[in-house]
Design a protein around this ligand. Structure first.
Ligand code: NAP
Length: 499
């Protein structure tokens, strides 16, 4: 393994976060390298290649604000198109040449003597003055352990690790899960499979999908008049902020969402018993709402069985439910989601005290400041960190909102000879108290479901509980007064000392 040298900034991950960070860092003249474990850019949009994978956020909103794509072919884009978009942006802005592919970060340790991050990777050690983690919170598949899974004779695939060469045509397929990934892949699999079993632990709220192809003349208009696409983007953004967010945050108009979903169910499923099984028992929005026009007909199709008995074990080529029924499978698809609040990345990051971010979070639960920095972990910045998730709009908006803050911090360090920036614990604690207070009555906390939004202590460590423009406003300026700073001896001044 070779020593990968020292850099001003190391960025982890080349998805939306890493690409956006690299573009802004380059604009600010900040030297950096991106470490990407995969062989291509794209992050989640590279990894998730299951059939039917598409974004349930409107295309015009699901892109960088500075790199709109007038050529989206659908109002809700499919994964290959989003991946192509990210590839193109990364190429056009020179990001690709700054990426070290097939390089996975295995550990990162703050060296308080040298004031730098010492990072171990699969390709060798590297160090940096600052570390920006854009590892993504939906990057580690959650693989539940079912007894017998090791000796299961069929194929097992997680939705986020789909093997594109596997043909489900004419096969007996089992799908576990009914979340955002499952509702997209089930309709495609159902059309091709001989027999499909969908194992449902919790019924999902299925809403009508409003997607449609974008007509050639619309694309031509967006190309010719970019302001038009900006206007459409702004209208979609405002609709989501003012119509959907209040429902999730304050329970306003939840009944309307419930009625829309139940009407959709009634229109698409005629069998009352099946309808009963597909009717959720928690408040809509508690888990991510899932819009689709194809899922319910696929569940009602003759070659599909919706199985609601719990899974007991796998035995040979069979999956056995608690009622003792065994079903033969050629392939088992785990659409079982991601390790979010128990993501392993924080366990690999060691701060000033010698404790990992995971250990710190497990004590007082997950948290940071502005979803970006962490007391005791100097010069560490996280994109899409704790409580930056949103259930109603585009995560790309949140990532973009973080970038001026991070670049502002790095500029401040460079211009003032600051070698360590560490958020004050009291500031971080007050911030998290504010977040949890705002979340208390939200549907994510009170809707009666268990979701990946809540950590093992029942705290909501994932969702931003306010308008997203308020997040952007908060992070517009780097608030140096919220931080302890250490100055390089040659530049130390009386007013800039570590507290
Ligand atoms: P998910 O929403 O966490 O759903 C996982 C599903 O697996 C749930 O139905 C869950 O049941 C089930 N499950 C998990 N463990 C199980 C077990 N041991 N036995 C039986 N069932 C089990 O995961 P996801 O569908 O992959 O979606 C995760 C997130 O990815 C989404 O919320 C969204 O943010 C993102 N995503 C976005 C898009 C998009 O269009 N933008 C598309 C796909 C995914 P329970 O409900 O009972 O826990």
């Amino acid at each position: 393994m070779t020593d990968l040298g020292h850099h001003s900034v190391v960025v982890i991950g080349a998805g939306f976060g890493g690409i956006g960070a690299s573009i802004r860092l380059a604009e600010a003249g900040i030297e950096h390298v991106i470490l990407e474990k995969a062989g291509d850019v794209g992050g989640t949009w590279w990894a998730n290649r299951y059939p039917g994978c598409r974004c349930d956020v409107p295309s015009h909103l699901y892109s960088f604000s500075f790199a709109l794509n007038p050529d989206w072919s659908d109002t809700y884009s499919l994964q290959p198109e989003i991946h192509r978009y990210l590839r193109r942006v990364a190429d056009e802005y020179g990001v690709v040449e700054r990426v070290r592919f097939n390089t996975e970060v295995t550990a990162a340790r703050w060296d308080d003597g040298a004031k730098c991050w010492r990072i171990d990777t699969s390709a060798g050690p590297i160090s940096a003055d600052a570390l920006i983690s854009a590892h993504g919170f939906l990057s580690e598949p959650a693989v539940p352990h079912f007894p017998g899974i090791e000796s299961f004779t069929g194929q097992v695939m997680h939705s986020a690790e789909w093997d594109p060469s596997y043909d489900v045509g004419g096969k007996r397929v089992g799908v576990i899960g009914t979340g955002a990934s499952a509702v997209q892949l089930v309709p495609i699999v159902q059309r091709q499979a001989k027999q499909l079993y969908v194992f449902q632990r919790t019924a999902a709220w299925i809403l009508p999908h409003r997607g449609r192809a974008i007509r050639p003349w619309e694309r031509a208009a967006y190309r010719r008049v970019p302001a038009l696409q900006r206007l459409v983007r702004q209208l979609v953004y405002l609709r989501n902020e003012f119509l959907i967010l209040p429902a999730l945050l304050h329970g306003k108009r939840l009944d309307l969402i419930r009625k829309m979903a139940l009407d959709h169910l009634t229109a698409q499923v005629t069998d009352p018993q099946l309808r009963e099984k597909l009717t959720p028992t928690f408040a809509p929005g508690c888990k991510r709402l899932t819009p689709t026009n194809d899922y319910l007909p696929a569940i009602a199709a003759a070659n599909t069985e919706l199985v609601t008995d719990g899974i007991k074990e796998l035995r040979g080529d069979e999956i056995v439910t608690v009622d003792g029924v065994a079903r033969r499978l050629d392939v088992l698809v785990l659409a079982t989601g991601f390790r979010v609040t128990d993501n392993t990345f924080p366990a690999r990051v060691v701060g000033r005290s010698g404790r990992t971010l995971r250990e710190v979070w497990d004590d007082g639960s997950m948290g940071g400041y502005n979803g970006t920095t962490f007391a005791g972990f100097p010069n560490l910045f996280m994109l899409a960190g704790p409580n930056t998730g949103i259930g109603h709009t585009s995560l790309v908006y949140m990532i973009e909102a973080q970038l001026p803050y991070i670049v502002g911090a790095l500029r401040h360090m460079r211009d003032n000879g600051v070698v360590a920036l560490d958020v004050r614990p009291d500031v971080q604690a007050a911030y998290n108290e504010m977040i949890q207070r705002k979340l208390r009555l939200s549907v994510w906390n009170t809707g009666g479901c268990s979701s990946w939004y809540l950590d093992k202590l029942g705290r909501n460590s994932t969702i931003w509980p306010d308008y997203t423009f308020n997040f952007a406003k908060r992070l517009k300026r780097f608030d140096v007064e919220s931080y302890y700073q250490e100055i390089a001896p040659s530049k130390a001044r009386a007013d800039l000392v570590y507290g």
